[in-house]
Design a protein around this ligand. Structure first.
Ligand code: FAD
Length: 387
């Protein structure tokens, strides 16, 4: 049994159910699809693109050590993928396709079209869960409805979570390498060099693991206090790695749980608060999965689409450039422009400033953030702006 494992926002080999299962039951070949035109339509910016490419290079090295060849498909849009992936499956004589579920609408449409194309060629398609700690649909109200507010979601999440969310899969055992060449990975994509953000944000699992270990050793115990002060290095800076899937949320949760003597609640207040942030991440992903209108650029709370936003292009430009005259807002926007990242408290301040002070449509801010952020993530960004 030869399985084509399709990597997307899960650029790692550890705790990768699709790869793990494929290698446990046969032979794996990996593929990644570069869809620059589609991603640009989704407002993915140069920082995120460069980070993804650098992480892909790191993944290629890890796959190589496991004897798994990596192929690359360069196609402008998701619509090109059913045919391109089936052609590759024919060429490599694979029996099945495996990937992890993704939740935004266009990604779900893409995956169902690709699934149909593979099923039409009598190949199995294995869809695994990995993007969240608890799968969307598993945290519901007593009436079976999705939650729309975080605190009750968190309560139910904590009372439902099982051992699976704390048991990351190991790195698979190496396989005998099939006679398939590796792709030559590009050093740049869509005009963006791979090393654009690598000084500050080197891609790949090794760096993610290093950051996680350092955070747990040095900072997590004070996280509940320090995270409120943007001038401190009080947070994990793991967001680009979690967004690209260079590390899994399950690996992060398991490490925090171990550091808290095997507890999710109680114990150290810093660790407990950090675990809450991982639950926030789940919450917004569940929202995206369960409320498709959010993926269409519509307000989560419908009545908010009736807000008469101001058209104020000059003020919007001043906000983007960090020239509002409000020092905290300007410092934050310059941090974003210079580093591709912004502290959570500053994301909240600058988002509030744009929407509640300048009364400019949150979608303008969402788009600008997505364009600049190295950790740009549709669910977290949209959730942050809608909040
Ligand atoms: P830590 O404080 O160490 O938290 C650990 C992890 O938990 C983060 O890496 C992230 O994966 C997750 N997390 C933390 N806070 C949140 C949150 N509020 N919502 C969802 N997940 C969270 N995060 C992104 O990853 N990508 C985005 O595009 C993004 N856009 C945002 C836009 C706005 C307006 C706001 C208010 C928040 C946004 N966030 C986004 C959430 C949060 O600000 C960042 O995840 C966090 O600042 C990243 O820093 P860190 O890795 O040091 O986080």
């Amino acid at each position: 049994m030869r399985t084509l494992v399709w990597f997307r926002n899960d650029l790692r080999v550890e705790d990768h159910p699709a790869l793990y299962e494929a290698m446990a039951h046969g032979e794996a070949v990996a593929v990644f699809c570069l869809c620059n035109a589609q991603w640009r339509d989704h407002d993915v910016g140069d920082n995120r693109l460069a980070f993804m490419l650098d992480s892909l290079h790191a993944l290629a090295g890890d796959l190589d050590a496991l004897g798994v060849p990596l192929r690359l498909i360069t196609a402008p849009r998701f619509d090109d993928l059913p045919k391109r992936l089936v052609d590759l499956a024919d060429e490599l004589e694979v029996d099945a396709l495996a990937f992890h579920e993704e939740y935004p609408l266009n990604e779900r449409v893409r995956d169902s079209k690709v699934t149909r194309a593979f099923e039409d060629t009598n190949r199995a398609v294995h869809v695994h869960h990995s993007g969240t700690l608890m799968p969307p649909g598993s945290v519901l109200t007593n009436d079976g409805d999705p939650y729309t507010v975080f605190t009750p979601f968190k309560k139910r999440w904590l009372s439902t979570v099982g051992p699976d969310a704390l048991a990351p899969l190991p790195r698979p055992k190496p396989q005998r390498r099939p006679d398939i060449d590796n792709a030559d990975l590009p050093e740049q994509t869509d005009g963006v060099p791979r090393d654009r953000v690598a000084g500050r944000w080197p891609g790949g699992f090794e760096e993610a693991q290093r950051r996680l270990n350092a955070f747990i050793e040095d900072r997590i115990a004070r996280y509940d206090d320090d995270r409120d002060f943007p001038a401190l290095d009080g947070t994990s800076t793991l967001s680009p790695y979690l967004s690209a899937g260079a590390i899994s949320a399950r690996q992060c949760l398991a490490a925090a749980h171990d550091a808290n003597d095997g507890r999710l609640r109680g114990g150290n207040a810093g660790i407990e608060t950090w675990i809450d942030e991982l639950i926030w991440r789940d919450f917004y992903r569940h929202v995206i999965a369960q409320f498709p209108h959010v993926s269409r650029g519509e307000a989560f709370r419908r009545e908010m689409d009736r807000v008469p936003w101001r058209h104020a292009p000059e003020e919007l430009e001043a906000w983007k450039a960090g020239r509002t005259g409000y020092p905290l807002v300007d410092a934050a926007m310059r941090q974003l422009a210079d580093t591709g990242w912004m502290h959570n408290r500053l994301r909240m301040v600058t988002a509030m400033f744009l929407t509640k002070h300048l009364l400019i449509d949150w979608r303008e801010g969402e788009r600008h953030f997505m364009h600049e952020l190295v950790d740009g993530d549709f669910a977290a960004n949209n959730g942050g702006w809608q909040w």
